[in-house]
Design a protein around this ligand. Structure first.
Ligand code: PLP
Length: 387
């Protein structure tokens, strides 16, 4: 039977340091508050009675916030179950509607884009981690293209892509642009019309909201990609009873992130500068993306010759949650496809570690991380392969 009592492993992480915000951010207390209040009543937002109308209010208030976050009209925001759904909805819709036209995705996309449809053509990135605009233009010239999908901020490196330059090229060649904005929301300003974005995918749990809720935001091209059919929810663009509490939590998290964005950027930039300048004192550390624009919260580094799995386990034993850049498939750990696309040799890519901070990261957390780093680095230094 499901044990409903909080499990010590799942409840308070005493003396633990969480630096894996790009995987998921801790939920914000204000978000828990609004979700708790929304969950206390039965709210089917489609019901006409008083309880349904109260549910509708939560949903429409959140829609206004996401509209403000993206600078789009509220009517263009469709709530769904998160970014995997938003990405699949858009790519599958275009693959079905335009079977004779190609779909381009960048080489550094999240698996929810890469695996959404077969037969995509891949746009390479430069060694500095940004999309190769010349290669994109050649691909657009070579074949009629219906859709191009590129992320705004990469989840592994934190590198910000030149979306306006990409959308100019895409539109010049008569295609539309889908942008996975998951790792950008709340970290950099998103002005979808000014950036020329036609479809924008968002997810609540990377910015302090709940898991399992997100939005597909429509630009002004007039197309509504649809995946799920059934009830008429979300103006028939996404069937299924609205996740009222989740949507309310998403709205609250986005509202807080928007209000705090400048403070967030300056606070985390200072923390990251301290983190990276200290890390660079250890020999052979490579930090990625330093020559490209990056969001303030992410550091991706590597130690050549070491395995990120071993490093992660060492940090976990110290009570520190960080991530690697690798994906595990069929029991075999492969170096990250993102670093591979940046031409990074396997020897360095295999020892990649990602540290990602967020709304609740404090200077003491970075000091604790650096103390653990020194201990682990000293222990493993002899195994590092110098160039
Ligand atoms: N896109 C990016 C860039 C991500 O980082 C993630 C989450 O890891 C997703 C999409 C998938 O988001 P969700 O968990 O909402 O399905």
């Amino acid at each position: 039977m499901f044990d409903s009592k909080p499990h010590s492993q799942y409840s308070q992480h005493m003396n633990k340091i969480y630096l894996d915000y790009n995987a998921t951010a801790p939920i914000r207390p204000e978000v828990i508050e609004i979700m708790t209040s929304a969950m206390k009543s039965a709210h089917n937002a489609s019901s006409v009675h008083y309880a349904g109308r109260a549910g509708r209010r939560y949903v429409e208030d959140a829609r206004e916030v996401i509209a403000k976050l993206t600078n789009l009209p509220a009517a263009q925001i469709i709530f769904n179950s998160g970014a995997t759904e938003g990405n699949n909805t858009t790519l599958r819709y275009f693959a079905k509607q335009y079977p004779n036209e190609q779909i381009l995705i960048s080489a550094i996309e999240h698996p929810s884009v890469i695996e959404a449809i077969p037969n995509t053509a891949i746009i390479p990135v430069t060694p500095s981690g940004t999309i190769d605009l010349n290669a994109l233009e050649t691909l657009l010239k070579d074949n009629k293209t219906s859709l191009v999908s590129t992320m705004l901020v990469n989840n592994e490196t934190g590198i910000i892509q030149p979306i306006k330059a990409i959308s100019d090229l895409v539109h010049k060649h008569g295609a539309l642009l889908h942008v996975d904005g998951v790792q950008a929301a709340g970290r950099v300003a998103i002005d979808a019309p000014a950036m020329g974005i036609d479809f924008l995918t968002l997810s609540a749990h990377k910015l302090g909201g709940p898991q399992g809720v997100g939005a597909l935001c429509l630009g002004l091209c007039g197309i509504t990609p649809t995946l799920l059919h059934g009830g008429g929810q979300e103006k028939s663009a996404r069937a299924g009873t609205e996740n009222v509490a989740g949507i309310a939590g998403f709205g609250k998290a986005a509202d807080l992130a928007m209000t705090e964005i400048e403070h967030y950027q300056s606070r985390l930039t200072a923390l990251r500068e301290h983190l990276e300048s200290t890390l660079k004192q250890s020999k052979h550390v490579k930090i990625y993306g330093q020559s490209a624009p990056r969001v303030a919260n992410t550091t991706l580094l590597s130690l050549p010759g070491l395995s990120s799995e071993t490093l992660l386990m060492n940090f976990d034993l110290e009570g520190i949650a960080i991530s690697n850049g690798s994906a595990c498939s069929s029991g075999k750990v492969e170096p990250s496809h993102v670093l591979k696309a940046m031409n990074e040799p396997k020897i360095t890519a295999s020892g990649a570690l990602r540290i990602s901070m967020g709304w609740d990261t404090k200077p003491e957390d970075i000091e604790t991380f650096l103390t653990a780093w020194n201990k682990i680095y000293t222990r493993m230094e002899s195994k590092i392969l110098a160039d």
